[in-house]
Design a binder for this molecule. Structure first.
Ligand SMILES: Cc1ncc(COP(=O)(O)O)c(C=O)c1O
Length: 387
């Protein structure tokens, strides 16, 4: 009997489905998925609903995205980072950052190329690289600081390197790459004529002195960077799947040729909503950061009180917590223990490493704090049972 293709064989059911099922069986508090349990800005929600009510958003939009959406993305990039994005040729809409990343990889990477992935990596990067016929080359970040080693990164680059996928602010470690790290990546990409695919979905979420610097703003990098972002995290609409890919038109064209042959067009009412969201002023981002700063504190206190060791995130909305003082076993075993004993669900991060590097994170689990305060308080009480 015919069955599925070889290319999907290595990407079977993940540990995450098993964890989700267990979490549901135990009615556990879900601090695993990076999915806010509250709504984003009202003007954005209203604009999407208006687009449905008036009918302007109910049919296929232009495949690349509606002009208003592309203009809003380009203006946002100019206003926040001084990036000279051409709204007509330098931006396309995508079904979330996920489809944007897939299109970017397939659109610029050739079979036989090498693509560097920094670990822990967001899980969809690997199938995209493999389905492009390329070879993934892994460079790990290690706890407790979660930085990559300069010599290891240098050694990963060679004449076959076509691209590196970076994510900053970073899921799951909360790292925000500093100038030194970005400059090193930029230097190596220029030396080996490689492209950066920059996943910046947490671009507006940094804390304290950490500052998000898009790598495309570094000298010589605009021409060799495809930046991918989305409304999901910044505007708390993970269900809309509205994202974008932007950069130099020559690279964006590659992503577009893939995208137009997958989904052709992107959520139309959602694009109208995100146009309004992208028009929001600085006070929106100030309030957003203040809200997440408070939530970060709540979850950090809860984890420390329960006996975890943590390094405070500089960005995004996750905490990698070291449980080695609480439990003797690996991250998957601890995740199951936490669900059954404390009723709290988290993510075992070893799945974000290649098999040779999985032990780097075997003492850690990832929690998210993109949840209502009352949920975080309840989590604090439940976690306290562990001690
Ligand atoms: C690093 C990273 N990239 C991409 C995504 C997916 O974004 P979207 O929902 O816009 O596809 C996520 C979602 O968790 C993420 O954490």
């Amino acid at each position: 009997m015919p069955t599925y293709a070889d290319r999907v064989a290595p990407f079977g059911t993940t540990i995450f489905s098993e964890i989700n099922t267990l979490a549901q069986q135990h009615n556990a508090l879900n601090l695993s998925q990076g999915r806010p349990d509250f709504d984003g800005p009202k003007v954005m929600l209203e604009a999407a609903m208006d687009a449905i009510r008036t009918g302007i958003g109910n049919q296929y939009p232009p495949g690349v995205g509606i002009p208003e959406f592309k203009q809003a993305v380009a203006k946002h990039a100019q206003d926040h980072y001084g990036l000279p994005i051409d709204w007509e040729t330098g931006v396309i809409a995508s079904a979330g950052a996920s489809e944007g990343i897939y299109s970017a990889v397939l659109g610029v990477v050739n079979p036989g190329d090498e693509v560097i992935l920094i670990e822990p990596y967001f899980d969809i990067y690997l199938p995209a690289v493999e389905w492009a016929g390329a070879k993934p080359v892994f460079v790990p970040m290690r706890p407790p600081e979660w930085r990559f080693d300069e010599a290891e990164l240098r050694a990963a680059f060679n004449d076959k390197t076509r691209a590196i996928i970076i994510n900053t602010p970073h899921n799951p470690t909360g790292r925000v790459f500093d100038q030194e790290e970005l400059a090193l990546i930029a230097e190596l990409c220029q030396k080996y004529d490689a492209i950066v695919i920059a996943d910046e979905v947490y671009e507006h979420l940094t804390y304290g002195d950490a500052k998000h610097v898009p790598i495309s703003t570094l000298p010589g990098m605009f021409e060799r960077t495809l930046t991918v972002s989305s409304a999901a995290k910044t505007f708390s609409v993970t269900g809309w799947k509205v994202g974008w890919v932007m950069g130099h038109p020559d690279l964006v064209t590659g992503a577009w040729r893939i995208r137009q042959n997958i989904s052709f067009a992107v959520n139309h009412p959602g694009q109208w909503g995100v146009v309004k969201a992208l028009e929001l002023g600085q006070s929106y981002y100030d309030d957003y950061q203040a809200m997440y700063t408070r939530k970060r504190q709540m979850l950090s206190d809860a984890l420390i009180n329960a006996g975890f060791k943590i390094s405070e995130p500089e960005g995004a909305f996750y905490i990698m917590a070291d449980f080695s003082d609480l439990f003797d076993g690996d991250d998957v075993a601890f995740t199951k223990h936490l669900i059954t004993e404390a009723g709290v669900a988290c993510i075992p991060p070893s799945a974000f490493f290649c098999p040779e590097h999985q032990s780097i994170a075997h003492n850690h689990v990832r929690f998210t704090y993109c949840k209502r305060d009352e949920i975080l308080e309840e989590a604090m009480h439940k976690l306290a049972k562990l001690g």
